[in-house]
Design a binder for this molecule. Structure first.
Ligand code: UD1
Ligand code: CA
Length: 455
């Protein structure tokens, strides 16, 4: 499309976050603020992508480094103009440069494309009108309505402070011009900073066309300076994701009560009840239903499966037509085939369960390989851990595991075997056989229950 450089300004401190985590690493919708900006920048396929960093330097760079990123250290931080100057060595001079802020995460790619279009042979500034413009750089226009300069709040006259159109900070311009302007910036202003915004007046003086564009929504240019603003943008990000899901056919019980902290991919006719959290990459195939208050992280759910309330699934796969929960927990490495039923208070870890098997109540299955049409009774536990090592349990097809059974691994239950209730299985159970380990029941006639003696 356009040849462009993108510079992301991320050297500022973010004191008002009151956090040890650098501001641009604060998470929004499950990923750092700066990662949102980088992803949106990447969507434009820039020739050069440079992050100007400073505060929390190594942590920021360490968290987000990638082969396509150039990093320019700004130390000390002497203003936005000074910040862009640090990026210059990384930029292609024949291209347009787009300046983004690392703490403005929700800017739309569409908006940036319009701005870049406006910046061909011109300086283009993204502006918005705010009811309360306090603190922002004001857009000063001449009688003809043309942008002539940007004046910072602290340098503005009382009259200029009444201007409600503000500089979002996002702008684009020809790189060769930018490089010249940056060498001429001075810090002779109220904040003793090198203002990037001063390049506007320079461009006007040189007769370069100046254009402004507006985002479709004001929140696209909203920055994050506090936890309150972070939470406000989180809601906007979540609502945008919810709307996109519904537009693709997903039915949400309440679009205000879903949290997607990663990527949620849904087939047709998926239904999601309230208060579910999706993390990492989650795939829900056609006609999956998710009950209220479920947490799914890096999970794949097969077509037609119903996940009931309060189920927690992480790094696991569920086949089609399954019935999971309520109150089920599928831990990493769980793979369930089709039509598997997992009921309340069943925990499964690093185990595979083949088609049509059931564990409907109160069980722990860890490091187990379970065949088809197996019934795991209530209270069954794989004793997979001796305090130092983990061992495997194998339950072959058509086995029936009686209630309150302990399977002391390593152990195998043969095909078609039945384990009597209460069995503690320490040796393999042969196929098609009843195995039971249980103290014989005795009845003691004439036994007297102790009674309390009166004092
Ligand atoms: C800047 C603009 C102002 C605009 C406002 C929008 C200037 C002089 N002013 O205000 O017109 O209305 O943004 O929010 O450009 N940064 C650095 N290094 C620095 C200073 C800042 O990397 O030395 C980065 C910050 O991390 C942040 C961005 O630049 O991402 C803006 O800095 P901030 O201090 O929030 O903005 P202002 O300078 O107050
Ligand atoms: Ca500042």
């Amino acid at each position: 499309m356009f040849h462009m450089n993108i510079v992301i300004l991320a050297a500022g401190q973010g004191k008002r976050m009151h956090s040890n985590l650098p501001k641009v690493l604060q998470p929004l919708a499950g990923k750092p603020l700066l990662a949102h900006v980088i992803d949106r920048a990447r969507a434009l396929s820039p020739q050069a992508l440079c992050v100007v960093y400073g505060h929390g330097g190594d942590a920021v760079r360490g968290a987000l480094d990638a082969p396509d990123l150039a990093w320019a250290l700004q130390e000390p931080q002497l203003g936005t103009g000074h910040a862009v100057r640090q990026a210059l060595p990384h930029l292609k001079s024949a291209a347009t440069t787009l300046v983004l802020y690392g703490d403005v995460p929700l800017i739309r790619t569409e908006t940036l494309k319009r701005l870049l279009h406006a910046a061909q042979g011109a300086l283009a500034v993204l502006t918005v009108e705010l009811a309360d413009a306090d603190g922002y750089g004001r857009i000063v226009r001449n009688a003809a309505g043309q942008l002539v300069r940007i004046v910072e709040q602290k340098d503005a006259t009382p009259e200029q402070r009444r201007i409600r159109e503000i500089n979002s900070g996002i702008m684009a311009m020809p790189t060769a011009r930018l490089a010249q302007w940056l060498t001429r910036l001075s810090n002779d202003n109220a904040q003793k900073e090198y203002y990037l915004t001063d390049i506007v007046a320079m461009a006007v003086q040189e007769g370069l066309p100046i254009r402004t564009e507006n985002p479709k929504d004001i929140w696209e240019v909203a920055g994050v300076n506090s936890k309150v603003q972070l939470a406000e943008l989180e809601r906007i990000a979540q609502r945008t994701t919810a709307d996109a899901l519904m537009e693709r056919g997903v039915r949400l019980a309440d679009p205000a009560r879903i949290d997607v902290r990663g990527e949620l991919v849904c087939g047709r006719d998926v239904f999601i009840d309230v208060n579910c959290v999706f993390e990492g990459r989650v795939e829900l195939a056609e006609a999956v239903e998710i009950g209220p208050n479920c947490v799914l992280k890096n999970a794949r759910i097969g077509a037609g499966t119903r996940i009931a309330a309060f189920t927690h699934i992480e790094d696991a796969g569920v086949g089609p037509d399954g019935r999971i929960g309520p109150f089920a927990r599928l831990r990493p490495g769980t793979e369930l085939a089709e039509d598997v039923h997992v009921g309340n208070f069943v925990e499964i870890k690093k185990s595979s369960i083949a088609a049509h098997s059931k564990a409907n109540h109160l069980a722990y299955l860890g490091d187990a390989t379970i065949g088809s049409r197996v019934n795991v009774g209530a209270g069954t536990i794989t004793c997979n851990y001796d305090g130092a090592n983990k061992f495997q349990t194998i339950i072959e097809d058509d086995a029936f595991i009686g209630s309150d059974t302990q399977l002391v691994a390593p152990v195998t239950v043969g095909r078609g075997a039945t384990l009597g209730a209460g069995t503690t299985l320490t040796r393999d159970a042969p196929p098609d056989t009843l195995t039971v380990s249980r103290a014989r029941q005795i009845a003691i006639a004439g036994w007297k229950r102790p009674v309390k003696t009166k004092k």
